[in-house]
Design a protein around this ligand. Structure first.
Ligand code: ATP
Length: 202
């Protein structure tokens, strides 16, 4: 089995996330893409953060109808901070024969060596990254080279990038602007009905 592992804050999940998961599913011939929302994001400040259960539910709504996509509460259930290395070790124990492809955007890719136990990550997963900006191709190639020198398997996928971020979506909601087309319709409805990210809400 070939698993795509897609971790993130998903606060909220948006079309940019779906875009890269679909692209890697094809190019990496993944049997399953496991979406794993983090409980406590180690890389980010926790301002304006929806509850773990809400982020998990939005991922489930976004993945509905896409059989290959599964949403996991593995990190949300685990005590303490969510570290990718721990998650991969847990998954490796559960599925010792599986291949794991860790999916990520440019921002995460460029900081990978600063994560907790990077060597464990590089040993247990193939790294699959996409650009998240225009004009940084050289930096991405340089980082791929550094990681390969350390023994990692790295795939840089030059898919056209969707200029979307969760930050921008939260801002739009706060300012009362439309987020139509930027998140799946069921996620849009969930955000609206729960009053997430609205001024004074959440
Ligand atoms: P925020 O704006 O709150 O920082 P985000 O949009 O970066 O959030 P995350 O949930 O932090 O979303 O991202 C999960 C993963 O998806 C990360 O690896 C990130 O690089 C990647 N990603 C998110 N949006 C895009 C995009 N538009 N294009 C490519 N990769 C993306």
């Amino acid at each position: 089995m070939r698993y795509g592992i897609f971790g993130g804050t998903f606060n909220p999940v948006h079309e940019g996330h779906l875009h890269i998961a679909r692209a890697f599913r094809k190019t990496m011939q993944l049997d399953t893409v496991l979406w794993i929302p983090t409980k406590v994001p180690p890389h980010k400040a926790a301002e304006d953060l929806a509850l773990p259960e809400q982020r998990l539910e939005m991922c489930r709504l976004a993945c509905r109808g896409e059989e290959v996509f599964q949403v996991s509460d593995l990190e949300i259930r685990r005590e303490g901070k969510s570290y990718t290395a721990d998650t991969l070790e847990e998954l490796h124990e559960m599925y010792p024969k599986a291949t794991f492809c860790l999916l990520m955007g440019e921002d995460m890719f460029l900081t990978l060596l600063n994560w907790y136990k990077p060597d464990t990550i590089l040993r247990l997963a193939e790294i699959c990254a996409v650009p998240r900006s225009v004009g940084h191709e050289v930096r991405l190639e340089e980082q791929a080279h550094v990681l390969r020198e350390k023994g990692a398997t790295v795939f840089l996928e030059q898919i056209p990038y969707l200029p979307l971020s969760s930050t921008e979506i939260r801002e739009a909601v706060r300012e009362g602007r439309s987020i139509r087309g930027k998140v799946p319709p069921l996620v849009e409805e969930y955000i609206r009905s729960r009053g997430l990210y609205a001024k004074g809400g959440n």
